[in-house]
Write a protein that binds this ligand. Structure first.
Ligand SMILES: Nc1ncnc2c1ncn2[C@@H]1O[C@H](COP(=O)(O)OP(=O)(O)OP(=O)(O)O)[C@@H](O)[C@H]1O
Ligand SMILES: [Mg+2]
Length: 244
């Protein structure tokens, strides 16, 4: 089943297009990584999908709902099914527990359900027992895992990640990758992840999209993109010939 359909999507800031006429469809349960040089439009695409800002033109359908024509209430529902993890997450100067519960407090859940979800999410990211720690005393890798736990606790259907492991050491990268894989495979969560790291895209992305200059140049399996790219710009980028 198609979960996300992006049609002729463009976003123009002042005089320049950050996203130009992008169209693609994503089936439910896919793990889709976005690669491309800095300024390619990866973050902008994720932000448009997450309804953080409106496109200049074009359309996004999520779960069969056109996000352009959605009523406010449905828009909130669509956004609640999506989770977004940023490169540099914001944590609040409270406990880890309060940080992870943050997104749940708007969902009218009973407090024991909130408690239960917070524990489960912290377990998943390897932070069992961190509930009462002050979030600001954590290391960078732990903070990123708290941010991931906060998103996972909301049980998203679609998870969007923007360079979420870019600043981390290999051990934390590996841990987060294994959590994402598990979520994708066991919980059937659809994932779209922007990354600068080719190896990560190879390891994780069943599907890989190469973006450049605001365009989606090519989408294919990791094998197609990394071993048999169709477009010469993709080839230049993955072979390291492209300076960026
Ligand atoms: N709010 C904004 N106002 C003006 N220009 C913007 C804005 N946001 C993004 N842009 C421009 O849009 C283009 C695409 O930016 P975007 O952040 O989406 O790229 P990216 O692929 O995520 O890059 P990186 O790999 O460096 O994160 C860039 O030229 C950027 O300067
Ligand atoms: Mg970016």
């Amino acid at each position: 089943m198609t979960l996300l359909k992006v049609s002729n999507l463009s976003k123009k800031y002042v005089e320049k297009y950050a996203i130009k006429d992008i169209s693609f469809e994503l089936e439910q349960r896919k793990f889709f990584t976005l690669i491309g040089p800095s300024g390619a439009g990866k973050t902008t695409l994720l932000r448009l999908i997450n309804l953080l800002e409106p496109p200049t033109s074009g359309e996004i359908e999520y779960n069969g709902w056109s996000l352009k024509t959605l009523h406010k209430k449905k828009m909130v529902n669509a956004r609640r099914e999506m989770g977004f993890v940023f490169q540099r997450p914001v944590v609040f100067s409270t406990t880890v527990k309060a940080n992870v519960a943050y997104g749940l407090n708007f969902r009218n859940l009973p407090s024991d359900e909130i408690e239960e979800r917070v524990h489960r999410a912290l377990d998943m990211v390897g932070l069992h027992g961190f509930e009462e720690r002050k979030a600001l005393t954590l290391s960078g890798g732990e903070i990123q895992r708290v941010a991931l736990a906060r998103t996972l606790a909301t049980e998203p259907k679609m998870l969007l990640l923007d360079e979420a492991t870019a600043d981390l050491d290999p051990a934390n990268v590996a841990l987060i990758e294994s959590v994402l894989k598990k979520f994708n495979e066991e919980k059937k969560v659809t994932i779209i992840m922007a990354t600068h790291n080719f190896f990560q895209a190879k390891r994780l992305g069943a599907l890989v999209g190469f973006m450049m200059g605001g365009e989606m140049i090519e989408i294919g399996t990791a094998d197609q993109i990394f071993n048999h790219p169709q477009d010469e710009r993709t080839e230049a980028f993955i072979s390291g010939e492209m300076i960026y």
